[in-house]
Design a protein around this ligand. Structure first.
Ligand code: UD1
Ligand code: CA
Length: 454
């Protein structure tokens, strides 16, 4: 079947306004990835071949975002919102290239996976002209009902056009369709708009195909997988479902999640077996966690990679470009950005490491700050292997500290420090014997005099 050519048409035109957003609906995200990208990803996984994206008039943002999809889709514009069949026909030029299979998907069903698409393509390969992916929603109101006669799908009746008895049917159109490329244009061109909405319904091709003696088939998918998003409450529902699946997948692959419902993954999070994630952890995009890593509670991680045996948090923030090598530690209230923390190095408390290298085995004391920004440019701090940075030090970049360098606590380091050297960047301590007692007595006398006078 993989030899069969395929065109995936994703409809993303004529979106409503129920998201109450300046952003087009299909660009709203689930797990950090736009809904339309989720759909494109599923199509790709199902061998969806070339992609045609149908957008509405204007839709500059959608066009721009589409350029980043893989494969980049061919964009078609549906100038007027005249219905789903009309939208599909906006991609006429692509359909006319005679593909074996044509998949039609909606850009607002982010939970769709490859499996029902593959099952539908399988039916086309078996000779069906039209395949409808059905589902059984808890409440069928609003959906097209699948009308079957002696076990055969003969029509889809849209909710607004359905009779009372048809409205009782629980088996509904999930919005995914597979159409044989050799019949597609003839079927679509036969669709009229004499219905309750005055629209050209894609769903009408079922009745047309049946009347022409073509084979029409319904398959079934879970209600979750075809969930269509119309507002932000539904978006959050989709997010919750996606997260639940991903957490389960992580646990089944050997990751321990102590309180799974409090861990948030991104669409591309990678995490290896025998890693442990404590409660309340956020993985933004671009995170790669190896095996045997411990992520303590309340950590926020994005664009970072963490190697085997490393430990993060509690309350740590790893920002893009943070790379923790084996057995490195980044502890509580530390932020690491665009910096490598080499093997076994420790950044344990209240520290900012940005644009830096922390050499293997180095120890960064509490409250250390790499001063990487001068208001105009970013500068690099290079900390050698085995260096010891005393607490509350400021390392003013660009600056290089050699291997084994030792920095006294409270230093402001502006000049390079050679390997194994000791550097003080602060005033030395001066101690005056008895001076404390003298001061205390003087202040007490002054206070007593003031009280007497007042
Ligand atoms: C559609 C189906 C219905 C199915 C339901 C599943 C039709 C006629 N009806 O109904 O059987 O149960 O989805 O959710 O297909 N679109 C365009 N241009 C248009 C019209 C729509 O691009 O002119 C796009 C929309 O952006 C959306 C999709 O097509 O992504 C579906 O359109 P919508 O109006 O939401 O159809 P429903 O009434 O929900
Ligand atoms: Ca809809």
């Amino acid at each position: 079947m993989t030899q069969r050519s395929c065109l995936s048409i994703i409809l993303a035109a004529g979106e409503g306004t129920r998201m109450k957003s300046a952003r087009p609906k299909v660009l709203h995200e689930v797990a950090g990835l736009s809904m339309v990208a989720h759909v494109a990803k599923a199509a790709k996984a199902a061998g969806g071949g070339d992609v045609a994206l149908v957008v509405g008039h204007g839709a500059e943002d959608v066009r721009k975002a589409a350029g980043r999809l893989d494969p980049a889709p061919e964009i078609f514009v549906q100038e007027e919102r005249l219905g789903t069949a009309h939208a599909v026909l906006a991609a006429r030029a692509a359909i006319a290239r005679s593909y074996d299979d044509i998949l039609v998907m909606f850009g607002d069903t982010p939970l769709i996976e490859a499996e029902p698409l593959l099952a539908a393509r399988q039916k086309l390969a078996g000779g069906a002209a039209v395949v409808v992916v059905g589902f059984r929603p808890t409440n069928p109101a609003g959906y097209g009902r699948l009308i079957e006669k002696s076990g055969k799908l003969v029509a889809i009746r849209e909710d607004k056009d359905a009779s009372e008895s048809e409205k009782k049917i629980g088996f509904c159109n999930g919005g995914l369709m597979a159409i044989s490329g050799s019949h597609a244009l003839a079927l679509l061109d036969a669709v009229g708009n004499r219905n309750a909405k005055g629209e050209f319904y894609l769903t009408d091709i079922v009745e047309i195909a049946d009347a022409r003696g073509l084979d029409v088939v319904a398959t079934e998918a879970s209600a979750e997988s075809v969930l269509g998003i119309n507002n932000r409450a539904e978006l959050a529902e989709a997010e919750a479902i996606w997260q639940r699946h991903r957490r389960r997948e992580a646990m089944l692959s050997g990751v321990t999640l102590i309180a799974p419902e409090t861990v948030h993954f991104s669409h591309d999070t990678e995490i290896g077996p025998d890693s442990l994630v404590e409660p309340n952890v956020w993985f933004g995009p671009g995170v790669k966690i190896a095996s045997g890593v411990t992520i303590h509670a309340f950590s926020h991680i994005e664009g970072a990679s963490v190697a085997t045996g490393a430990e993060v948090g509690p309350f740590a923030r790893l920002r893009p470009g943070a790379e923790l090598q084996e057995k490195a530690k980044v502890g509580n209230f530390c932020e690491v950005k665009k910096a490598v923390v080499e093997k076994g190095a420790k950044v344990n408390h209240l520290t900012y490491i940005g644009d830096a290298r922390v050499g293997a085995g180095a120890n960064i004391g509490a409250g250390t700050i790499t001063c990487n920004y001068d208001g105009f440019g970013k500068h690099f701090t290079d900390i050698g292997a085995g260096a010891f940075i005393g607490s509350n030090s400021s390392l003013v970049a660009p600056v290089t500290l050699g291997d084994g360098a030792y920095i006294a606590s409270g230093s402001v380091i502006t000049d390079d420090v050679d390997g194994d050297a000791l550097a003080f960047g602060r005033a030395r301590q001066k101690t005056i014997p008895g001076k404390g007692k003298e001061l205390r007595e003087r202040f007490a006398a002054a206070a007593a005099a003031k009280k007497k006078a007042g």
